[in-house]
Design a protein around this ligand. Sequence first.
Ligand code: ADP
Length: 503
Amino acid sequence: MATEHVDAGAADTRGVQHPDASSVSAKGYEDPAVLESVRDVLQASVTDIARRLPEVAVRSWVLGPGNVLQLAARAGEDRWLRKRANVPFVGYPLTVGSRVLGVIAAFSPTELSDEATALLSGVADRVVVALELHGIGRQINLQDRAIAASSNGIIISDPHQPDDPIIYASPGFERMTGYPSAEIIGRNCRFLQGDDRDQEGVSELRAAVAESRGCRVVLRNYRKDGSLFYNELTLSPVTDREGDLINFIGIQSDVTARELIQQERDELLQRVENALAVRDQFISIASHELRTPLTAIKAHAQFVERKLRRDGNLDAAARLQLIDRQATQMGALISDLLDVSQIESGHLTYAMHELDLGPLLDQVVEETRAAQPNFVVEWEREHGPFPVRADEVRIRQVATNLVSNAIKYSSSESRLRITLRRVGDQAELSVRDWGIGIPADQQSRIFNRYFRAGNATESGLSGPGLGLHISHTIIDAHGGRLWFESEVGAGSTFYFTLPIASS
Ligand code: ADP
C-alpha cells in the first residue's frame, strides 16, 4: 500500500478511495441498526491503532444514505492536522463481499513507516473479520443476493438532491428496463415514461412525492429498446428516527401480461355490454311496435265477435274469441320479454305508493272468477286493511301470474284458494291449487329465467318460463319474499309477503 497525500482539512467530508476500490461496487449502507454495529466495531479498531501508533490520527468513514461518506470513528491526536496542507496518509477500503462499506485511514505528521502501514492493513482485515463475526457481512451478502435475485426492480432516490435523482438501481431494475445502472443513476425516474406523460398514475405519483407518502401506481414505461411495459410501482418513503424524509424506495414489477389480459377483458366486457344494450333496445322497440297492432287486432276481434254473436253466427264468434285470447297471450309474452330485458339491464323501475292489498286482490279475484267461470275460486281474506308501500301495477302482475299459473297447471280439480292474512308485520298472500305440482328435484330451479318443470312441458302447457322469475324479482325489490310448497300430484301453494307499511 502506497502512502498518499491528501488535503487533510477536507478529509472529513471528501471521499477517500483505495486505488483498487473502483473495481468493487460502492453502495450506501442504510440500515441504522447495522450502521450502529459497524460504528462500534470501527471505533474499537481505530482506538487500537491510535494506541499502538501514538503519533497518528486515525479515522474511519462509512458509506451512509445516498452513498455519502460519514465519519464513523476517530482516535488519536489530530489537532496538528488542521495546520498542515499536505499530510501523508494511508487508507484501506472496508469491503464485505462485493460491497464497499467504508474506509479506514491513518494520517501521520511524518512519513508512515512500513511497520505502520502493515499494522493498518492488518487492522483493516481484522475489522472486516470482526464485521463478518457480527453477522454484518452475512446480512449484507444476503441482502445483496436477495436484491440481485429479485425479479422486481428496486430503486432508491434522493429527494434532497435537485429533481429527486435515482441513487441506486438493482440488477432486477436493469433487467426490467434494459438500462445499465450507470445510465440510470442520477436521473429522475420519469425518463422511463418517455413522451407518454399524460398518465393517471403519474399524477398520483407526483402527489405522493410532494406529500412524502407512499403510493402504488401502474405506469406505462418504455424500455431502452423503446418497447412498452406496464410497471407497477410501489413507492415508500424512508424516514430517519426523527421522522424526516431521507429517501424514496421504489419497488417495481413488470405487470405487462396482467395489464394486457385486463385490457382484453375490459374490451370484451365493453363489447358484451354494447351487444346487450343493442338487444335491450331491440326488445324495447320490438315490444312497442308489436303491441300497437295487437291492440288493434283485439279491438277489431271483439267488435266483430259481438256482431257475429248478435247475428247468431256462434261458430265464427267462437273463433274470433280465440283470436282475442291468443292476442292477449301474445301481449303477455311481449310484456314478459320486455320485463326480463329490463331486469337484466337494471332498468325495471317501480312507482311506489302506499296502497291497500285487500281491494287490489278483491279485483284480481273478481277478474279471475269472470274469466274462469268453471273454476271455484275460494277467497279467504282476514279483516282489516293491508297497507303496503308498493307499485300497484307490479304487485297486481305478480298476483295475476300466481293465479293464472294455478289455473294453468291445475289437473282435474278446477279449484283454487286465495288467502290474504297478516303474519307479524307482513301481509301474506297465498295461492293454493290442486294441480300437477312441481317435481322435488326441480324445485330449486323454479325461479330461474326460462326454467320450466318437466311435467309442465310434458303436459303440453306452453309458456316462456319467465313469470315466476319476474315475480320473484318484483317481490324482492319490495323487500318481501316469494316461495312455494309443492308436491307432484297433490298441488302447489305459492306465497308472497310484503312488509306492512307503518303509517
Ligand atoms: P311459465 O308458466 O310460462 O312456464 P312461470 O315462470 O310462471 O313460467 O313458471 C315456471 C315453471 O314453474 C312452470 O313452467 C311450471 O313448471 C312451474 N309452475 C309454476 N306454477 C306452477 C303451479 N301452480 N303448479 C305447478 N307448476 C308450476
